[in-house]
Design a protein around this ligand. Structure first.
Ligand code: PMP
Length: 428
């Protein structure tokens, strides 16, 4: 019999070390909230392929739509001979982003590519070069997006130089004592010391920092960014790659912030696991790039476009925004109960089904405990729950279940996590 361990050994022989895997679970099949490994074990999936399978694994509607598309054609290149699904998806997304302004869309393949294009478009529109991003932010692994990412190890270490004219300022973080005022002061200081606002093309922010640790932007902060951008003619980009597609209880997390971003990047949950990303924003800005300046061979793959159209229908018909809120409520209550039991849980952050608990050293303020975090991920994996960590300090457990997960499965998964945490704490 082949085992997870034997495949992991084979993997280590042939896959570059830099492409790590969080758990040595080799997947045989996956359905809705569950994954089965090649040894026949079933897992509750609290990772969803990092916030991708918001509609659950192998949703029958997505599978059928993609199969039907595959029978017709799999690729023509939308920049050579397009197809209706490519246009229909753009129609849907431009309608659904927050705000009343006329919007346009473009498609590429990965999240990082969507961010790259957001910067290209903002620069073409403004004729300026500077970009402001946030410490702790994550925007991808290409050269530009590494540059924008606000965490050195492991994303940037050894990979420079990065594009110039990128500046990082603090992101508000109530738990770690960074106020909205301090964060905004970071920008005004930058305008005084490093770059004048008339040379800044864009400010890019995540409505909830994802890889950084699930820290939520307060509405007052987002509104102040909007105001600064309006004042200085700067393009405001919301990176909704992890927060998008009903994950937070709204189609886009920006809807909580009371602002209309100029550009929104989308990927992950957009197409239920098919590689697709989008940049959607104000038509006037989006049209700044000349024909041929945007796109790519696989940009807006027909298989991914039909999947994405199904994702939107599933979100509506199965009321996945409401389901995300219900999951968040259950998780919030359970984690708060756990926090009463374990002083190791320093903070709990919940926005719909984008849920995190930050693990700290008991009695030491908010001193991070990355060792316990790593041990909990491993223990949960072994006990049948696929769990992810994140955070600039490596001490945040993030929960990203499919929004189609029933609440009894959420509770069952949390029972496992609670048991594992109790054992680790008892043996510490
Ligand atoms: N932006 C955000 C907010 C992300 O969470 C990610 C992926 N974790 C990316 C960009 C990059 O997406 P991809 O890995 O598809 O390039």
């Amino acid at each position: 019999m082949t085992t997870n361990q034997s495949w992991q050994q084979r993997k280590q022989q042939v896959i570059a070390r830099g492409m790590g895997n969080l758990s040595p679970i080799y997947v045989e099949k996956a359905e809705n909230a569950y994954v089965w490994d090649i040894e026949g074990r079933r897992y509750i999936d609290f990772a969803s392929g990092i916030a991708v399978n918001n509609t659950g694994h192998s949703h029958p509607r997505i599978v059928n739509a993609v199969k039907a598309q595959l029978d017709r054609f799999s690729h023509t290149c939308a920049m050579v001979t397009p197809y209706p699904s490519f246009v229909e998806l753009a129609e849907q997304l431009t309608e659904r982003v927050p705000g009343e302004t006329a919007n346009k869309a473009m498609f590429v393949t990965t999240g990082a590519e969507a961010v790259e294009n957001a910067i290209k478009v903002a620069r073409a529109h403004t004729g300026r070069s500077g970009v402001i991003a946030f410490k702790g932010g994550f925007h991808g692994r290409t050269n530009m997006t590494m540059g924008l990412t606000g965490k050195v190890a492991p994303y940037k270490a050894g990979f420079g130089p990065f594009p110039n004219e990128i500046y990082h300022v603090p992101y508000p973080n109530a738990y770690h004592g960074i106020s909205v005022e301090e964060s905004l002061k970071g920008i005004t200081d930058l305008f005084a010391a490093d770059i004048e606002p008339t040379r800044v093309a864009a400010i890019i922010f995540e409505p909830v920092q994802g890889e950084g640790g699930f820290y939520q932007a307060p509405p007052a902060f987002a509104q102040a960014l909007r105001q600064l951008c309006d004042q200085h003619g700067i393009v405001l980009i919301a990176d909704e790659i992890q927060t998008g597609f009903a994950r937070t209880g709204k189609l886009f997390a920006s809807e909580y912030l009371g602002i209309e971003p100029d550009l929104i990047t989308m990927a992950k949950g957009i197409a239920g696991g098919f590689p697709l990303s989008a940049l959607v924003g104000k038509a006037e800005i989006m049209d700044a790039a000349a024909p041929g300046g945007l796109g790519g061979t696989y940009a807006g793959s027909p298989l991914a476009c039909v999947a994405a159209l199904e994702v939107l229908k599933i979100i509506d018909e199965e009321q996945l925004c409401d389901k995300a809120l219900a999951i968040g409520e259950v998780m919030s209550k359970r984690l708060q109960d756990m926090q009463q039991r374990f002083a190791d849980i320093g903070d709990i952050r919940v926005l719909g089904a984008m849920v995190a608990m930050e693990l700290v050293v008991p009695g030491a303020g908010n001193k991070p405990n990355p060792e316990l975090t790593k041990a909990l991920v491993e223990a949960a994996n072994q006990a049948g729950v696929i769990l992810l960590s994140c955070g600039v300090r490596g001490n945040v457990i993030r929960f990203l279940p499919a929004l189609t997960t029933d609440l009894s499965t959420i509770n069952e998964g949390l029972d496992v996590v609670e048991r594992c945490l109790a054992e680790l704490v008892a043996n510490a």
